[in-house]
Ligand binder design. Structure first.
Ligand code: PLP
Length: 399
């Protein structure tokens, strides 16, 4: 018997293997900042963060102060960076909980200096340079000035310098190399003016898998650790998807030819058939748009979703599969026998990306963790890394 209407099985051994692949690509000396924003892309941030830290990850990246505090409250002591930006009300708690913050404006720097001074603390800031993402980050020509302001503020520490890549295919895109050229320019000037300090980071999963060089001393993979990547990405076949989304048949009904199923009667049975109803809908992570498009797995075989996906329920045609019973496990994402369905496959039917599919696995879906007892400790501990980064490549050596 299955205890849950809907559950997401998260295979921690898959995460271990993916982290080992990431470690190999990053090299033994590089700090891995594992990105666990959006509740670890729907996988559960607390569980994933603790597991990844045991696998040798050196830092965590999150999307908001609340996510950082959730990890701190769960006992995470490793460095945590809020990758994007903060609203003013988040600064206090980040400071008190030793959470690193990205910085991209003079105004924010002034506020942080004032607040840190009042609290008697030192803020750890990562200067985010916008080299082409066009979203957050200071433009390159303002970066050095901001670095100097940080250096001159007694309660601020430049804990890192970062940029973010806009192309989904990393080093395969010309724009990424242009972004890197701009980033290098800022790094060079910062080094010349002796303002540079802390971690240097640029690479996300796509950059790692397309082997963007240099990687600097820290990389920020997210999606690859969860094993969800576009099928045409080099090396993607080494990754294992960590999440399976499963449910069970709660009702079976034989319907005659021409009978309509679901809201707006968008599907009518082309022949007499058997409809199975599943107790999960778009609130649980089956995108509304996959109605009449995607398939699920029952008894190791594919069954089409028929009719619209509703908030709590999804209907599938199982007329071609013998012996289906109430209580049978249904796999929306994952493997069943020889068949498997990836988050990317669902995403393609929904006109979206794999990231959104796992992020949208809903709150009421129970996360069930498996594995996680066998760990790899694939590299030197990050604490042993030199505090100050010095580049290996000749043109980038410190003066
Ligand atoms: C989400 C995010 C990442 C991780 O990207 P993936 O494509 O999931 O590897 C890295 N850096 C920043 C700033 C991010 O916001």
């Amino acid at each position: 018997m299955n205890a849950h209407r809907v559950w997401a099985e998260v295979d921690l051994d898959a995460v271990t293997r993916n982290l080992a692949v990431i470690r190999r690509r990053a090299g033994p000396q590089t700090r891995i900042m594992f990105v666990v924003k959006a509740d670890a892309y729907g996988h559960g941030a607390v569980a994933l963060a603790h597991h990844a830290l045991r696998c040798g990850v050196g830092a965590l990246g999150v999307g908001s102060s609340a996510e950082a505090l959730e990890l701190r409250a769960s006992g995470v002591r490793a460095p945590i960076l809020v990758l994007g930006t903060l609203i003013d009300d988040e600064m206090d708690e980040c400071l008190r909980n030793d959470v690193h913050m990205a910085l991209h404006s003079s105004d924010r720097r002034a506020k942080l200096q004032e607040l840190s001074k009042r609290l008697g603390l030192k803020a750890k800031l990562h200067l985010n340079i916008d080299t082409g993402m066009g979203r957050l980050g200071v433009l390159p020509h303002r970066a050095i000035e901001l670095m100097r302001e940080v250096k001159q503020s007694g309660h601020l520490e430049l804990a890192g310098v970062m940029t973010h890549i806009s192309a989904p295919d990393g080093a395969l895109a010309a724009s990424t190399h242009e972004q890197q050229r701009l980033f290098e320019g800022v790094l060079r000037e910062g080094r010349e003016q002796r303002l540079l300090s802390g971690w240097i980071h640029m690479a996300n999963s796509a950059a790692l898998f397309t082997d963007l060089r240099p990687r600097y001393d820290t990389v920020r993979p997210g999606i690859s650790a969860y094993g969800v990547m576009a099928a045409d990405m080099p090396g993607v076949d080494e990754l294992s998807p960590a999440m399976s989304l499963r449910s069970q048949v709660v009702f079976l009904k034989d319907i005659p030819q021409g009978y309509a199923v679901g809201y707006s009667s968008t599907w009518r049975a082309p022949r007499p058939t058997r409809i199975a109803t599943l107790p999960l809908g778009y609130n649980d992570g089956v995108p509304w748009r996959v109605g009449n498009k995607a398939e699920v797995l029952v008894r190791g075989r594919r069954a089409p979703i028929v009719g619209r996906v509703s908030m709590d329920y999804t209907t599938i045609d199982v007329g071609h599969i013998g012996g289906v019973q109430v209580g049978d496990v249904v796999t929306i994402i994952g493997r069943d026998g020889h068949e498997s369905i990836s988050a990317e496959e669902i995403a393609a039917h929904a006109g979206t990306i794999g990231y959104e599919v796992t992020c949208h696995v809903g709150k009421r879906v129970k996360r069930v963790y498996t594995g996680g007892t066998e760990l790899v400790l694939p590299a030197m501990p990050p604490a042993a890394l030199p505090q100050r980064w010095s580049a290996p490549a000749a043109p980038m050596r410190n003066p």
